[in-house]
Design a protein around this ligand. Structure first.
Ligand SMILES: NC(=O)c1ccc[n+]([C@@H]2O[C@H](COP(=O)([O-])OP(=O)(O)OC[C@H]3O[C@@H](n4cnc5c(N)ncnc54)[C@H](O)[C@@H]3O)[C@@H](O)[C@H]2O)c1
Ligand SMILES: [Zn+2]
Ligand SMILES: [Zn+2]
Length: 361
């Protein structure tokens, strides 16, 4: 029997989001229905609402979530009703060219639920990142559920489902930050701060946080930043070079998603250093760089989708580190809110007032 639950939809481009009744089908083969306990508000949800991702309105928003598996469809063996899980948007297929080469974190054919959730009039919803978890329950592919230690609070666990994993992974997986490295992170929202926490965890000797908002820089220090730079009042490239003996950082992580901050990242890295772009640009943005600088500075320019994470490998590990007191995931939760407060949370995110607002159910 399909169930009716409450969920937050984005009805059309730039229209305010609202709570609607959502119809959640019973799980089909390979699918699971999850009772959502918490779901963080990510900048990508706002991108969806603004039409910056695609035009498949109406969207069922929310994708940084944790909850308990309620029911599973035929053939599901990895998770069972009652399991505490974090939802992921990288349910690897095991068959694409990346998976077959043993690099499943690049999987090019990830799974989502085959059935669609709908409004009560039958209108099909597009779940954000194939998840749609600003809802009391959601339907996903079973592979989108990763079991973790239930001792962790759901509000904290859910954040690993997107932004925090993207940031930690940008540093550790994509950037390959290691002991003794110098790292700079441009943009200290949830994603950038997670990159800072990741760099700290990996043993970086210097972690330089760059933002235009002093409040963000203060928080960045509590995540492990050793130095901070306000790029409104000083040139971040100069500042990063000064803090690194005149050379630039080994790894620079761009967590804003704009051409000007990417350019800063490009010039703030040392020769043969690495730039990691984890911020998501919009379609009209363009970048112009002297090709000779791209060549002459060597190193690598990488993008990081979801922190090149492998949920089955990374989620349980990071939750364990958190429970041992080695990764302050709880600091990312600025406030907990209700389903009908998502629009307000977007506003607060826009004002820079929060790292993460988390809907708890
Ligand atoms: N690659 C991925 O897999 C992935 C996953 C999740 C989110 N993201 C993207 O990461 C980006 C950051 O997400 P978030 O949730 O942390 O957003 P956020 O809005 O919480 O943080 C953005 C931060 O950048 C700062 N900022 C803005 N303009 C700046 C500038 N010119 N110079 C320096 N700092 C500046 C803001 O003050 C803020 O602290 C977004 O583009 C989001 O879509 C990427
Ligand atoms: Zn694959
Ligand atoms: Zn996200």
């Amino acid at each position: 029997m399909a169930q009716e639950v409450r969920g937050v939809i984005a009805p059309g481009k730039n229209e305010p989001v609202r709570v609607e009744t959502i119809v959640v089908p019973d799980p089909g083969p390979g699918e699971a229905v999850v009772r959502v306990q918490a779901c963080g508000v990510c900048h990508t949800d706002l991108h969806y609402k603004q039409g910056g991702i695609n035009d498949d309105f109406p969207f069922l928003l929310g994708h940084e979530a944790a909850g308990v598996v309620e029911s599973v469809g035929d053939g599901v063996t990895d998770v069972a009703p009652g399991d505490f899980v974090i939802l992921n948007w990288r349910a690897v297929c095991g068959k694409c060219r990346a998976c077959l080469r043993g690099r499943p974190w690049y999987c090019f054919d990830t799974h989502n639920a085959k059935q669609r959730m709908t409004l009560t009039d039958g209108t099909e919803l597009s779940p954000a990142l194939g998840i749609g978890a600003f809802a009391e329950k959601t339907l996903v592919a079973a592979g989108q559920c990763t079991k973790v230690d239930p001792a962790v609070s759901p509000a904290v666990a859910g954040l690993l489902g997107c932004g925090v994993m993207a940031g930690i992974g940008a540093a550790i997986n994509t950037g390959g930050v290691g002991r003794g490295d110098s790292v700079a992170v441009i943009g200290c929202g949830g994603v950038g701060d997670a990159a800072i926490a990741g760099a700290y965890l990996a043993g970086a000797a210097k972690v330089i946080a760059v933002d235009i908002d002093d409040r963000k820089l203060e928080t960045a220090r509590t995540m492990g930043a050793t130095h901070t730079v306000n790029s409104r009042s000083s040139d971040p490239v100069e500042a990063i070079r000064e803090l690194t003996g005149g050379f630039g950082a080994d790894v620079v992580i761009e967590a804003v998603g704009r051409p000007e901050t990417y350019r800063q990242a490009f010039y703030a890295r040392d020769l043969a250093g690495t730039v990691v772009l984890v911020g998501v640009p919009t379609p009209e943005m363009k970048l112009e760089l002297p090709l000779l600088d791209v060549f002459g500075r060597g190193g690598s320019l990488k993008s990081s989708w979801y922190g090149d994470c492998l949920p089955s490998r990374d989620f349980p590990l990071l939750i364990d580190l958190h429970l041992q007191g080695r990764l302050p995931l709880d600091k990312f939760v600025t406030e907990t809110i209700q389903l009908d407060e998502v629009e307000k949370a977007f506003e607060r995110m826009h004002q820079g007032d929060v790292l993460r607002s988390v809907v708890v159910l």
